[in-house]
Design a protein around this ligand. Structure first.
Ligand SMILES: *Cc1c(COP(=O)(O)O)cnc(C)c1O
Length: 399
């Protein structure tokens, strides 16, 4: 087991705090777009007296959300992490189990696996979507089947940065081995597929359960919050039960198992509903910024975000890859000096002390994304002038 302050975890020469804020007066990486609609919704909720988890906005938010993503049921939660935790719990993931998870993701994906006492089986990304490789997953599950080794209890498929994974292929692999899929769609609300087996479907709605986040940095925010969606009425009921302290309805204070206080507040739901009603505009804005950056950077020595036919990404974060790891620090310094709040991509889970002892399949692609990846400012309300400042700052680095 690697200790929490093991210096080998930190790359040699790495001096940048990836989450550092934009310099004063600079352009931040991504900030929420809060307008009069949101302000009115929150004031209404306050005035209604329903501030906590019993209130009409929660149910409305759930119904509207289910409709938007195309799932039968949606259950609101206090965070995306809570949503993932309760999804794992309803699939009976527990001590001794393993959960296959994307290696290249935010730690909010994997912490809930640890909460359940289960181990992570980390699967590397593929270079064309930056998401879990269906080939590597298939190879590992086949190897285990042949060796008569235990299989993971479920697969947690993350759609990073608003990029839909090859979920049709992952679902097909998992079907072969009868393994359920939980989607971590915390970053991919509004993303989906327009061709192939999943044409017309949205990320988060194609696994057995899908989880979303409404943290302040996500495409739509509730201040904080999450959602679990599913087409299975029994699973939806289980999620609802566990998020409300496992309280048996209509019986005086009977709690039939250990539950959680994971319900979303009415105040947060009111904000979330207002943001959800603007989702189409947010997605359009993200895509417009991505299109403008793509055009402006086409001749530079940068790898631009994945664009796959039939994969309708939202570009929640617009991230590029530099030529090599040594360039990342100077590039971030250069952008910082120009008032551009850029940020490195995530350190893969296999380099995080709590997950460093996990079984790992591959890892080189995730390492490379971390070593060379930088996200650029892409708030949905980023002005054309600020987009031009970002473009100029990036171009001037290359001379
Ligand atoms: C944000 C995020 C989470 C956690 O969501 P919270 O609402 O912050 O708890 C989980 N997974 C991924 C991939 C995320 O980006």
């Amino acid at each position: 087991m690697t200790s929490a302050n093991d210096p080998t975890i930190v790359l040699a020469g790495e001096t940048h705090a990836p989450g550092a804020p934009a310099p004063a007066g600079g352009i931040p990486l991504a900030t929420p777009d809060i307008g009069p609609l949101e302000r009115a919704a929150v004031v209404d909720a306050l005035d209604s007296g329903f501030v906590s988890s019993v209130g009409p906005a929660v149910g409305d938010f759930e119904r509207e959300f289910a409709e938007v993503v195309g799932s039968r049921f949606a259950v609101a939660c206090s965070s995306g992490t809570a949503a993932l935790h309760v999804a794992l719990r309803v699939l009976d993931v527990g001590p001794g189990d393993e959960v296959a998870c994307s290696d290249f993701t935010f730690v909010g994906s994997s912490n809930p696996i640890a909460y359940q006492g289960a181990r992570t089986l980390l699967i590397d990304s593929e270079a064309d979507t930056w998401n879990m490789s269906p080939e590597l997953l298939h190879a590992e599950l086949s190897r285990r089947a042949a060796a008569e080794e235990p299989q993971p209890k479920c697969v947690e498929l993350v759609h990073v940065l608003g990029q839909p994974a090859k979920a049709d292929e992952i679902l097909d692999v998992c079907r072969q081995f009868s393994i359920p899929v939980i989607e971590d769609a915390a970053e991919s609300l509004g993303a989906g597929w327009s061709t192939g087996l999943l044409a017309g479907r949205q990320t988060g709605s194609v696994g057995l359960l899908g989880c979303f986040s409404f943290n302040g940095n996500k495409i739509a925010t509730a201040g904080g919050g999450g959602m679990v969606v599913t087409d299975d009425p029994l699973l939806a009921q289980r999620v609802r039960h566990l998020t409300t302290q496992a309280k048996v309805p209509d019986v005086g204070y009977l709690h039939d198992e250990v539950g959680y206080n994971y319900r979303l507040t009415n105040l947060a739901a009111a904000l979330g509903r207002a943001q959800l009603s603007r989702l189409t505009d947010f997605v359009e804005a993200k895509r417009a910024i991505a299109g403008r950056y793509d055009d402006a950077f086409a001749d530079l020595p940068l790898v631009l975000p994945p664009r796959l036919p039939g994969h309708d990404a939202t570009y929640w974060l617009y991230s590029v890859l530099l030529r090599d790891a040594a360039e990342r620090g100077p590039f971030l310094d250069h952008l910082g000096a120009h008032g551009v709040g850029a940020r490195a991509l995530w350190r893969p889970l296999h380099r995080q002390p709590p997950f460093a002892s996990s079984a790992l399949v591959g890892g080189a692609v995730a390492d490379d994304l971390f070593d060379r990846g930088v996200s650029l400012p892409c708030s949905t309300h980023l002005t054309g002038v600020d987009q031009a400042r970002v473009i100029d700052a990036v171009r001037s680095y290359f001379g």
